[in-house]
Design a binder for this molecule. Structure first.
Ligand SMILES: Cc1ncc(C[n+]2csc(CCOP(=O)(O)OP(=O)(O)O)c2C)c(N)n1
Ligand SMILES: [Mg+2]
Length: 348
């Protein structure tokens, strides 16, 4: 009989508010680790903000903004080892940066250029998944494969609140639960699936309640608190590595930017709620925490920002220096035997 652990309903938190809610700390994280988390947050924030500008300048295509999702991405990423596999959705498109992937590669992906393709095995980062939730079974399968081979690696799969209504999510979660695959199912619950609110997504009280149906434990964490996300994911990774199977992590946040550069949320979102969220956004929250601890000041914060801006400046320059894509590539990898009519057009 599967042992079902009840899901945690309360949000895990570590970072206080500098007034009435006291700061906590995470065991095992020293000053260097805390600063590494900050550098990663700023790198992703800078990537995201620059990408919106590059889009407006016509230098990249439609772009899925992840402003205020950085704490979920950095906190969970930082609980992994290099041998662990990451399955991103479009919302985590830049997570490869944290594994040393060049910014130009990801920017090229958003430019629709083949230089944006990478070999997943080079970084243990799977391709960016645009169809909602179809990568959940892929991640469950890879994790199960690692277990069968006796390899000590786990996988994490990122998906949104809307993805929990997709068949692929349920198939992947069920498979991982039955096979005790070493998988972390990481749900970024940002409250919206484009214009559909999470209240229209499920009749369950919380998304984490779904964990019980698959015989796995669930944790609910404040998605704006990078330390709480780190700690929760570390627990999930430890369970997976110990052979105890998958865990569902629901990180609760709020989408404080449009769904993507093609979206106009003013048609459906409450602007006051967005303003509230923006005032308490995750990078600033962590920065204030570090300042309260006395390990970050204006000069060091500025140096981190400049370093990230340099990465982006070099990244867009390298992406734009790529020679134009060979249009034959569109078809070469799609057909073993191209249909004759296509072959005719091809040679023109
Ligand atoms: C299978 C599939 N159906 C529909 C879409 C269109 N679509 C793109 S993003 C999106 C919303 C997804 O919301 P959520 O899972 O909450 O992720 P978020 O974008 O909020 O991170 C939809 C429906 C798609 N990409 N794939
Ligand atoms: Mg969502």
């Amino acid at each position: 009989m599967a042992h079902v652990v009840p899901a945690e309903r309360d949000l895990r938190r570590v970072i206080g508010d500098g007034a009435t809610v006291p700061d906590g700390e995470v065991e095992g994280l020293g000053e260097d680790d805390l600063l590494a988390l900050y550098r990663r947050l700023v790198l992703l924030r800078t990537y995201d903000e620059r990408s919106v500008v590059y889009h407006r300048q016509g230098r990249i295509g439609t772009y899925a903004i992840f402003w205020n999702h950085e704490a979920m991405q950095v906190g969970s990423f930082s609980a992994l080892e290099e041998r662990d596999w990451i399955f991103p959705s479009y919302r985590e498109s830049a997570i490869g940066l944290l594994r040393g992937m060049p910014a130009s590669t990801i920017l090229s992906w958003w430019r629709g250029h083949p230089a944006g393709w990478w070999n997943p095995a080079d970084y243990n980062v799977a391709s960016i998944c645009v169809p909602i939730a179809t990568h959940v079974p892929h991640a469950a399968g890879l994790a199960w494969g690692k277990k069968l081979k006796g390899e000590d690696a786990v996988a994490i799969v990122y998906f949104g609140d809307g993805a929990t209504s997709e068949g692929s999510f349920h198939e992947g979660a069920n498979f991982a639960g039955v096979m005790k695959a070493p998988l972390v199912l990481f749900c970024n619950n940002n409250g919206w699936a484009i214009s559909t609110p999470v209240s229209a997504q499920t009749a369950a009280e919380t998304l984490v309640d779904k964990a019980a149906g698959y015989g796995m434990p669930g944790m609910r964490v404040d998605g704006g608190d990078v330390l709480a996300v780190y700690e929760a994911t570390r627990d999930a990774v430890e369970r997976a590595r110990a052979g105890d199977g998958p865990t569902f992590v629901e990180a609760v946040s709020y989408r404080a930017a449009p769904h993507a550069t093609a979206d106009d949320p003013s048609a459906y979102i409450d602007p006051e709620r967005v303003e509230e969220e923006r005032a308490n956004e995750c990078v600033g929250r962590y920065e204030r925490y570090l300042r309260r601890l006395g390990i970050l000041d204006d000069d060091s914060a500025e140096a981190v920002r400049q370093e990230a801006l340099d990465v982006l400046r070099a990244g867009i320059a390298a992406a734009e220096a790529e020679p134009p894509a060979d249009r034959d590539l569109l078809f070469e990898n799609a057909f073993v035997d191209p249909p004759p009519n296509l072959r005719e057009g091809w040679d023109k």
